[in-house]
Each structure stands twice: as C-alpha cells, then as structure tokens.
Design a protein around this ligand. Structure first.
Ligand code: EPU
Length: 402
C-alpha cells in the first residue's frame, strides 16, 4: 500500500525546447522548475559546448552571448530533442549544424518535416553522413504546413521564425501544453506570436532579449502517478499539477473506473481493485497522449474483459508489451494495435526497459506484481522522470537500484 503526497516536477518536454530557446538571444534566460533529468543534462551540455554560460541551482541561468563550437557526437545521439538547437542556431547566427539525433527506440523518428520547413524558409541544407549543416543569411517568414502534426517540428520552426524576416504561419501546429509554454517564454523574450484559428502566427524580430520563466508541471509524470495510485491500493495526493492539461487522461481513467478527485492544482487518487476495459487511441493533444500509452496498458491488464489500444503517433511503440507478457500479461500486438485481456495478477520476473515510458510501465507493473521484479536498462527512466525512485520510496514503495 502506497500513501502520501507526491510533488510533480516541471515538464521535461517543455524544458528542453525552452533551454534551446536561450540560443536565440545574447541576454540571460532564467528558467525555474526545470526537472533534473538526464535529457536536461544533455541539453545543458550541448549549450555549454556551443559556448553558452550555464549556471545551475534552484533556477537555471543561461547566457549565450556568443555561439560557436562543435558539441560532441554523443550529445546528439543521446537524445532526439538535440534537433531543437537547429532552428535557434540557424536563425541567430545564419548557420546551424547538428548530427543526426538519436533517442528512445519507439519506432521511426525522422526529422524531414523540420528540414523541409527550414528549406522553405530559405535555408540551404546539406547532409554529409550523419552531419546536417544548415545555412541562411536570414530566414524568411513563410507559410508552413507540416505533412502531419509534429511537436518538436512546431517548436523548432516557431523558434526559427521569431528571428526570421516577415511573418511565418504554421497552419497545423502542435498545440501541446509544452508547445504553448515555449511560446509563452518566447513572448517574454520579445517574440510576437499569436495562436489563431488558422494556425500559429509568428512575426519575426531583429533580436530577442532575456526573460525569466517557470516551466509548467509535467502532465505525463502526473498521469504516471495517477496510474500508480489507481493500481497500488494507495491514497496519493499529487501536488503541483495543472489538471487542465490532463483532460483526455482523466476521461479515460474515469471510464476505466479509477477513483480520483481533482482540485485547482492537485489530484487525489485512491486505489481500486476492479477496472473496466477501454478502447483507446493515442492522438495529438488534446487527445490521449502516446506518452501515457505504456502506463495505461498496465492498468488495462487488470480491467475486466478485453481492451484495445491503437497507437497512432508511433505505431511501433509497443516494446513494453513484450516485457509485460513475460510478467504474465495477456497482450497481443498487431499492426499498431494492442489487444489487452484481463489477468488476475502479474508476476515478478526479469524484464528489460527499452525506452522512457516503457520503463515507467515496467516499474508500475513491478509495484503491483507478485514477487520481485528486476528491470534491466532502467537508465532510460532517468532521461525523463526526476527522482522517480526517491518519490516512490517516500510513499512506501520497496525499490532498490544496483
Ligand atoms: N514525424 C515525421 N517527420 C518529422 C517529424 C515527425 O515523420 O520530421 C512523425 C513522427 O514519426 C511521428 C509523428 O510525426 O509519427 C509525430 O512526432 P512528433 O514530431 O510530434 O514527435 P517528437 O516531436 O519527436 C515529442 C516528444 C515525445 C512525444 C511526441 C508525441 C519531446 C522532446 N518529445 O516528440 O516525447 O512522444 O512529441 O507527443 O517533446 C517522451 O517524452 O517519452 C517522448 C517520446
């Protein structure tokens, strides 16, 4: 039985583009509530190796007075979000260079939308092996329509457009809270950005200034603890949450019979013993997030009857399912879809974490499984959850790292 308060950290996926945005100005950018996770460390190292001054503490202060330098290759291969420095570098200095970004293995993750949009804005892009070089005297504002909605693509182009000549319109922007939070920071830096019905309008400026900003709470961490609370006969109080960002998750949790209440900035969740099956599809915001799919799958292992999940964002993002099966889960995967049938229990065994959210799902499964679960390659979890084990231990979980 787990019990107690859990303080939700700042959002990783808002912090990463916001740290990259510091490259757009010579002045200081100060960010509060940045989570101490591996991906943030990687981004900070990238900024350092690009010549920025970085001070970490309660707040993170970055000043990129001059930029230049070639960051080490492993910083790019460690994290897909490294692509987020390309737009700001190019817009600020007329030149940006990155190496092909790596990251979680959740299926194909191309960056063609980013590159095509920058080309449309006047960039010349060359690819030599894994090196991508972009050049443009000054980017020009353009009308951009991505072939499909992209989160980091929208962020990269929005940042590039803040210093372009003229207006950029992104016709089908991602509207995730993290994208909106980045827009807010950029506005504080002096950017002219407007969310309209027809898309995201950005009027380019000659330069941007410094700003101070508090990162939004991590909705995926909150959702992860909601599932933990539901499954582990707990009584958890999740603090520092923006419930408005979790509407689709709440809707599905309610439908599944999870017992919780929501306040202005908190969620109270009580453990349950029976859940209802769901039909679930991952979608762009405000739909159900792909980043909550793996965690929800564990809950659905305990739901009466048969549940179905269709993964529309990353159709191959089901590697956790094969690990859950080793623990006794009854899951079938077929072409971007999962069928999950009720099992009375999961049993502890040795499983392998394959990506960030898969790791979280295996920890959840391990918490509720009979016996001991050993999760290998758990380093993936540290890329995106701040002090996850510390938080779990505080509410009574038995977890040991070796
Ligand atoms: N896509 C392309 N070409 C591109 C870009 C995207 O084909 O150039 C496709 C992708 O393959 C995917 C779809 O478009 O099928 C949407 O991908 P998107 O670009 O939105 O994903 P992302 O920006 O790479 C961010 C988050 C992910 C999250 C997705 C979807 C960050 C740093 N990452 O990735 O977060 O799953 O949006 O919401 O913001 C995580 O935190 O665990 C994580 C993987």
């Amino acid at each position: 039985m787990l019990q107690g308060p859990v303080e939700i950290s700042g959002a990783k996926n808002a912090s990463l583009p916001e740290l990259a945005a510091s490259l757009l100005t010579t002045e200081e950018v100060v960010l509060e509530r940045v989570p101490r996770v591996k991906d943030v460390e990687t981004m900070l190292e990238l900024l350092l190796e690009l010549g920025a001054e970085v001070h970490t503490g309660e707040k993170i202060r970055i000043r990129a007075q001059e930029i230049g330098g070639e960051p080490r290759e492993e910083l790019f291969s460690a994290m897909r979000a490294s692509v987020l420095i390309l737009g700001p570098l190019l817009a600020r200095s007329g030149m940006g260079e990155i190496l092909w970004p790596g990251g979680c293995s959740i299926g194909k993750r191309p960056i063609d939308f980013h590159l095509d949009a920058l080309k449309k804005m006047g960039a010349e892009i060359q690819q030599e092996g894994s090196r991508i070089k972009a050049r443009a005297k000054r980017l020009k504002g353009e009308r951009i329509r991505f072939p499909r909605i992209t989160v980091t693509g929208t962020e990269n182009i929005m940042m590039a457009a803040t210093l372009a000549k003229g207006e950029t319109l992104i016709e089908n922007p991602a509207r995730e809270p993290e994208v909106k939070d980045l827009a807010l920071l950029l506005q504080k830096m002096g950017a002219e950005i407007g969310w309209e019905k027809d898309g995201l309008h950005i009027e380019g400026k000659e330069s941007l200034g410094g700003a101070q900003h508090r990162v939004i709470p991590d909705r995926i961490e909150a959702g992860t603890f909601l599932v933990i609370g539901a499954l582990s006969s707990s009584f958890l109080l999740l603090k520092n949450v923006y419930p408005g960002h979790l509407t689709a998750v709440f809707q599905k949790a309610k439908e599944a019979g999870v017992d919780f209440d929501i306040g202005e900035n908190w969620i109270e969740v009580r453990g349950g013993s029976s859940f209802r099956s769901l039909i679930l599809e991952t979608e762009e915001y405000p739909g159900f997030p792909t980043d909550m799919q793996a965690q929800m799958m564990v809950l659905l292992c305990f739901a009466e009857g048969e549940s179905r999940i269709k993964e529309n964002i990353f159709p191959e993002r089901f590697r956790h399912a094969y690990e859950l099966k080793k623990m006794g889960a009854d899951v079938e995967i077929l072409q971007g879809k999962a069928i999950i049938r009720n099992v009375r229990k999961l049993k502890g065994t040795t499983v392998k974490a394959t990506d960030l959210r898969a790791s979280a799902s295996l920890v959840i499964a391990g918490l509720v499984a009979e016996g001991k679960t050993v999760i290998e390659d758990i380093f993936h979890l540290k890329r995106g959850y701040e002090d996850f084990f510390g938080k779990l231990r505080k509410i009574g979980a038995e977890i040991r790292e070796e």
